[in-house]
Design a protein around this ligand. Sequence first.
Ligand SMILES: CC(C)(COP(=O)(O)OP(=O)(O)OC[C@H]1O[C@@H](n2cnc3c(N)ncnc32)[C@H](O)[C@@H]1OP(=O)(O)O)[C@@H](O)C(=O)NCCC(=O)NCCS
Length: 300
Amino acid sequence: MPERADIVLDGWGSDGLGAVAALIDRASPVDRFPLDQLREAVFEDMDFDRALLIAAWANGALAGAIAGVRRGERGHAKLFAVAPEWRRRGIGSRLLGELEDRLGQRGARTCRIFHDAPYYLRPGVDFRLTDMVSMLERRGYEQKHAACNMVVDLTHARLDTSEAEVSLATRGIVIRRLEHGDRDRLAVAAMSPNWRVEVARSFRRAPISTHIALQGDAIVAFATHSVSGPAQFGPMQTDPSLRGLGIGALLLRRCLADLRSAGFPRCDIQWVGPKGFYADHVGARIDRCFWQYEKALAPS
Ligand SMILES: CC(C)(COP(=O)(O)OP(=O)(O)OC[C@H]1O[C@@H](n2cnc3c(N)ncnc32)[C@H](O)[C@@H]1OP(=O)(O)O)[C@@H](O)C(=O)NCCC(=O)NCCS
């Protein structure tokens, strides 16, 4: 077996994406990312920085890869994998150490593992990734928060919204799909900057994968799907003054109906907030759980 001296770190780019996707497929028992999803998450990230894509080569073959992104003072690993046959040789440590150094040189004060919204692949480290969890804790990462996904069985969910839409219309609330002409409305809608980016990404889907509620000219609620991967739901939000009228449940159902018509048997609700809401309205069940790791970077 080759020694550690045979490992060379180098950059990688869009021409290496297929090899990185194949590496993740082999490295992770639980993650499969379509190429388009990886391409969008890595190369179309608004903070994309080519210098934060690092590959480890062993005797000319790809043995490991990491991609990072810096959002202000926060650095993130976006994806990270070492081939099974090259584990426990220090490759993961070298990749992560190099990423931490480069993030620090660019002004990041912390490094987080995944949860790099709004262009993220995973809301954290799947708690079943024992090797990853062991390695991160060994390197001084602390688990700060947790997140979970829920799953909805689309074959059984009741998704009709026609009656509820008529009832909301009597209150002056119009429900419809987001349209390209809504860009100005979206720009002033009350929502977090990250969610605005995610909703804006739904303009690229055909049909646009956001449904909205309008009161007058204002977008007062939205629900989005298919921006963080196929058959993924989220984010969604209803203006606090209009909660309790059933608007959120209705928009959620419209999104799930899109996914069912596209042929998906199930949907993942990503990085869930109100678990009871999804369980009540569409029978969602808690599925994958993620730990959100973070480490302070030494000042450079
Ligand atoms: C996490 C991962 C990148 C680590 O790669 P690696 O090259 O094996 O890591 P290192 O050799 O640098 O390990 C460093 C330390 O982490 C700890 N560690 C790593 N794997 C471990 C394991 N299986 N059990 C216990 N500790 C472990 C050890 O302390 C190790 O040091 P040691 O070997 O001197 O004891 C690799 O296990 C991996 O690719 N996992 C799957 C990643 C994945 O699922 N990615 C998908 C999302 S993008």
